[in-house]
Design a protein around this ligand. Structure first.
Ligand code: C2E
Ligand code: CA
Ligand code: CA
Ligand code: CA
Length: 278
């Protein structure tokens, strides 16, 4: 399939024909999943690597079929993007996540940040800023507690438009993290122009840190880059203490991964946070 600049699929090549029926089927079931509310959100805590304290969480979408099986987001998000459904789904995720944070704060779990993934189609939608504003107003969440995660490739594309929108988002008080950092090809000069707060090291580079001292060269470079630009650096996909230790030594500020917690449903998250007394 050929991708247009806006990311929608504009044509299919013939060799992909067999794939089309499968896509159409998945798209139809995604529609009905949305209608029958079979989408839900799980939250994965983010930790300050030095203090061990919880600093926030990332909202991650889940789709459970009627038969109890799950469709992974890596499979249906691209489809939701291609069909434009991501605009409504993304807006729903944003609102749910804001509501969840307000509920946690009401329980006395203060000073937490909520990170929400925003796809490029959603971010570039003409009504995105209005929807963002409406979500802030309707949920009463403090913009300082909200963070948007956009991928490196998105941030670098169409620089003028992105710069303007990113500035407007930040003027609202919302912070911005660059997701999957290290997988794209942004230059230092491009990066330093962007009004951002955080770099997120992709889990592929964290998993390279195997035996402590060696490996993790890209992680190490990203951390140094981030620190030089006065950005906070967070590593995702931390699965063992050796990786955490190495990241700490390299000066990485924050982390998230199975070592600390899996993504959790709201009741489990609440229990986990209260037990930990962040
Ligand atoms: P991502 O934003 O890079 O999210 C990180 C992924 O790593 C998540 O997968 C998370 O569950 C997983 N993960 C976290 N810790 C560990 C770990 O220690 N080990 C391993 N092996 N994996 C870990 P998930 O939830 O399947 O999401 C996949 C991707 O789908 C996300 O990648 C993101 O790009 C997209 N996605 C998820 N939710 C949303 C959403 O609400 N909106 C949009 N636009 N995209 C979303
Ligand atoms: Ca993310
Ligand atoms: Ca991603
Ligand atoms: Ca990633």
């Amino acid at each position: 399939a050929k991708k247009s600049r806006r990311g929608s699929f504009v044509m299919f090549s013939s060799e992909m024909g067999s794939d089309i029926r499968e896509r159409v089927r998945l798209l139809q079931s995604l529609r009905s999943a949305v209608e029958s509310e079979r989408l839900f959100i799980v939250y994965q805590p983010q930790i300050n690597l030095n203090s061990g304290k919880v600093v926030g969480m990332e909202a991650l979408i889940r789709w459970r079929n009627e038969d109890g099986t799950f469709v992974p987001p890596d499979r249906f998000i691209p489809l939701a993007e291609a069909s434009g459904m991501i605009v409504a789904i993304g807006d729903w995720v944003l609102r749910m996540a804001c509501h969840e944070l307000v509920r946690l704060q009401a329980l006395g779990l203060a000073d937490l940040r909520m990170s929400v993934n925003v796809s490029q189609i959603q971010f570039r939608h003409p009504e995105f800023l209005d929807k963002l504003n409406a979500a802030l107003l309707d949920t009463g969440i403090s913009p300082r507690c909200l963070e948007l995660e956009i991928t490196e490739s998105v941030a670098m594309e169409d620089a003028d438009f992105m710069l303007e929108t990113l500035h407007l988002v930040r003027e609202l008080g919302i912070s911005i993290a660059i997701d999957d950092f290290g997988t794209g090809y942004s230059s230092l000069s491009q990066l330093r122009q962007l009004p951002i707060d955080r770099l997120k090291i992709d889990r592929a580079f964290v998993s390279e840190i195997q035996d402590g001292a060696s490996g993790g060269h890209i992680a190490s470079m990203v951390i140094e880059l981030g620190r030089n630009l006065n950005l906070t650096v967070i590593a995702e996909g931390i699965e063992d203490e050796k990786q955490a230790q190495r990241l700490r030594e390299l000066g990485c500020h924050e982390g998230q991964g199975y070592l600390y917690a899996r993504p959790m449903t709201p009741p489990l998250l609440k229990e986990w946070l209260q037990a930990r007394d962040h």
